[in-house]
Write a protein that binds this ligand. Sequence first.
Ligand SMILES: Cc1ncc(COP(=O)(O)O)c(C=O)c1O
Length: 385
Amino acid sequence: MSTPVRALTLEQLRERTSEKWREYPADVLPLFVAETDFPLAPAITRALERAVAAGDTGYVASRTPLPAAYSEFARRRFGWTPDPVRMRSTADVSMGIVEILRRVTAPGDRVIVMPPVYPPFYDLVEEAGAIVERVPLRDTGAAWEIDLDGIRAALETGARAVLLCSPHNPTGTVHTSESLAALAALAAAHGATVISDEIHAPLAQPESAFTPFLAVSDAAREVGYAVISASKAFNLAGLKCALMVTASDGPTGVVRALPVEVEWRTGQFGLIAATAAFSEQSDDWLDGLLATLDENRQLLAALLAEHLPGARYRIPDAGYLAWVDLTDLGWGDNPARRILREAKVALHYGPAFGAEGAGHVRLNFGTSPEILTEAVARIAALRDS
Ligand SMILES: Cc1ncc(COP(=O)(O)O)c(C=O)c1O
């Protein structure tokens, strides 16, 4: 049995100065941006305290323990052992995606994204000089899945890359290894690239059978890049550290050829914290967090069923983000606006994730049962007002 990981109290959380706790006034419950309300894993606290005490605040070294720590983490958690020599660090996942996209596309090339999807994906493609091609996830009525026919059609007409979100934000979908292998085969057949954003992978629930993209097939290793980070599971976004991971010579060569500045932008504290996060010392903490998030995703289902029966919500396979369809409540295309104004609960706006997000909200349940319960009660009270 792992040790349970419990969220801080509202009073403690209001001491924080990050985006989640400073964007809105104190009467708003913030369940929007993807930060969590848990204390740091003890191994991370110890590593950062050591670094502060030693004044270890210079640039990241050119050789660091992080790639090997991630390789071992992936072996323990996903049964896959990537080669540390084929990885490089950078400041964050977004920067890794843009830098790779810049190398694998020419200006004006089309890059496939799968809405509803993490809104900055649209901006990252543009920042790299490419153009977004939307191939929405298919809603089977019971789950979301990659639209392989849509992707084939886009690749046949010249799309050059696929920006995959695995697990998928905001739906929390863990893609099947079969669908990932089929995606890799399609990309290989069309000489296209797949960039797999696996920032939420450490938060895949045990029964979801998450498979890293680069582990699914030889074709995936030939066409693929993964960009990973400890920042979502371990709440380290402000420390700035991510890894670009490759598993065959072509992509490894591309990542090696990136300007050294891309690596220099890695945060030293981020690197220290991520190394501690991926070490064995944090496994028990991560298991405890997953158990807590499992309770929360079920609690949210129960709360919505009881207090907001018009809401439609599928329990996510991974992470702490819930994609909730409020269309039937008749609160318009962007219900989060009214919820913020009148219920004083901050959620992410559904339409920001793409046209498929009309009528939806994204709710962050990486918090305490008390805050989650209060948030749903506030939203449900709007029904009667
Ligand atoms: C799918 C996905 N990718 C990237 C990011 C941002 O990561 P970073 O801060 O490392 O750029 C997030 C943040 O929530 C995310 O959900």
